[in-house]
Design a protein around this ligand. Structure first.
Ligand SMILES: NC(=O)c1ccc[n+]([C@@H]2O[C@H](COP(=O)([O-])OP(=O)(O)OC[C@H]3O[C@@H](n4cnc5c(N)ncnc54)[C@H](O)[C@@H]3O)[C@@H](O)[C@H]2O)c1
Length: 311
C-alpha cells in the first residue's frame, strides 16, 4: 500500500514508518520538522509542510491508499492554556484532511486518539471503549471531536477509518527532552546524572505500552476491515495493566541500577489518578496483543537513550 504518515518524523511516526517499510509498504512522510534523531531514510518520500495548510495537505494525500494521522499541535497539560488554538489547529486541519481523503478515495484513515485523556476521570479500571467520555483537558476534547468527524465522514461519504485510543507509549526515538512521556524523560534525566522529577506523590497509575507493540496495533488497524466483520472502529491501545510512577521508577532501577535520585514536586490538575485501558476489543478484532514487558521495554529504551550520548 501507499501510506501517508502525517507527523511521521515524530516518536510514534518514526517507529510506524520503520514497520511499514519492513512490511514492504511505500511511505510518504508529511511533517513540518525533520527527524530529530536520525538522517532521512532511503526510499521514503519526505514532504515538509504545515498540517493546517489546505494546499499542502491536499498535495500530500494525492495518490495515497492509507493515511495515518499523527499530527497534533498541543499536549494534554498545555492545551487548556489556549483552547481556541487547540480547536483551530487540530480540528480545522483534520476536517480539511478528511475532505481531501474523500476526494482522493483513501482506503483507510488511522487516527491516533488518546486513551489517556478522552475518558476523563475514570469510573472503572480497566476502562472499556464504552466508558463515558468526559475529558478534563482541551486536548482530550479535540481528540474526541476528531473521532466524531471521522464518524460523520464515514456516515456521509463512506470514508473508512479506525481510531486508536492510545495509552502511554514509550521506547526508542522518544524525545527525552519532551514535555510528556515519563519513561523517556526519566531515562534522559538518569543518563545526564540528574534526579528524576515526579509530579505529585508518585501514586498516579498509567498504562505503559512499548512502542514496537503500539505501531503493530496501528498497522493491524490499517489492515482491518470493519465493514466485512461488522466490527467497531474505535479501539483502546495499551498494555492493559497499570503501574504507578513509583512502580515505574522501581522497574527503571532494576534496569539501570539503584543509584537513581527521585524528587517529588507539586501534582498537576490535568493528571487523572488512574488510567488503565481494557484492550479486549483490540485483541478480538485487530488480532493484536502487546508482547513486550515493562522491564524488557525499559531495557530497549535505555539502550537507545545511551546511544544518544546525552550531555
Ligand atoms: N506520545 C504519547 O504519549 C501519546 C499518547 C497518546 C496519543 N498520542 C498522539 O500520537 C500522535 C503522535 O505523538 P508523538 O508522541 O509521536 O508526538 P511527536 O511530537 O513526537 O510527533 C508529532 C509529529 O507531528 C509533527 N507535527 C505536529 N504538528 C504539526 C503540524 N501542524 N504540521 C505538520 N507536522 C506537525 C511534529 O513535527 C512531530 O514530528 C499525536 O497525535 C499525539 O497526540 C501520543
Amino acid at each position: 500500500m501507499k501510506a501517508l504518515v502525517i507527523g511521521g518524523n515524530g516518536f510514534i511516526g518514526s517507529n510506524l514508518v520503520d514497520l511499514l517499510l519492513k512490511n514492504n509498504h511505500q511511505v510518504r512522510i508529511f511533517d513540518r520538522y525533520p527527524n530529530r534523531f536520525r538522517a532521512p531514510l532511503q526510499g521514503v518520500d519526505y514532504v515538509v509542510g504545515e498540517f493546517s495548510n489546505h494546499g499542502e495537505i491536499a498535495e500530500a494525500v494525492a495518490g495515497m491508499d492509507w493515511v495515518f494521522h499523527l499530527a497534533c499541535t498541543t499536549l494534554p497539560q498545555t492545551s487548556n492554556d489556549d483552547p481556541v488554538y487547540d480547536i483551530h489547529s487540530n480540528i480545522g486541519g483534520t476536517v480539511q484532511l478528511l475532505q481531501e481523503c474523500v476526494k482522493n478515495k483513501i482506503k483507510k484513515v488511522v487516527f491516533i486518539s488518546s486513551g489517556g485523556t478522552i475518558y476523563g476521570v475514570p469510573q472503572t479500571a480497566p476502562i472499556t471503549e464504552d466508558h463515558p467520555t468526559e475529558p478534563i483537558c482541551s486536548y482530550g476534547i479535540t481528540k474526541l471531536a476528531i473521532e466524531k468527524y471521522l464518524h460523520l465522514f464515514h456516515w456521509l461519504h463512506g470514508l473508512e477509518y479506525v481510531c486508536a485510543r492510545l495509552s502511554n507509549p514509550y521506547g526508542e526515538l522518544q524525545n527525552p527532552d519532551a514535555k510528556q512521556g515519563a519513561v523517556g524523560v526519566f531515562l534522559g534525566q538518569i543518563a545526564r546524572h540528574q534526579p528524576i522529577t515526579i509530579w505529585g506523590d508518585g501514586n498516579v497509575v498509567r498504562d505503559y505500552i512499548y512502542i514496537g507493540d503500539t505501531v503493530k496495533a496501528l498497522l493491524c488497524a490499517a489492515e482491518y476491515d470493519p465493514e466485512k466483520v461488522k466490527g467497531p472502529r474505535v479501539f483502546n491501545v495499551g498494555f492493559g495493566q497499570g503501574h504507578s510512577l513509583n512502580e515505574l521508577v522501581a522497574a527503571i532501577k532494576e534496569v539501570v541500577g539503584p543509584q537513581v535520585e527521585v524528587r517529588y514536586t507539586e501534582a498537576r490538575p490535568v493528571d487523572v489518578p488512574v488510567n488503565v485501558l481494557d484492550i479486549s476489543r483490540a485483541r478480538q478484532y485487530l488480532n493484536w496483543q502487546p508482547e513486550v514487558t515493562l522491564k524488557d521495554g525499559i531495557g530497549k529504551s535505555w539502550d537507545w537513550i545511551n546511544s544518544l550520548q546525552l550531555k
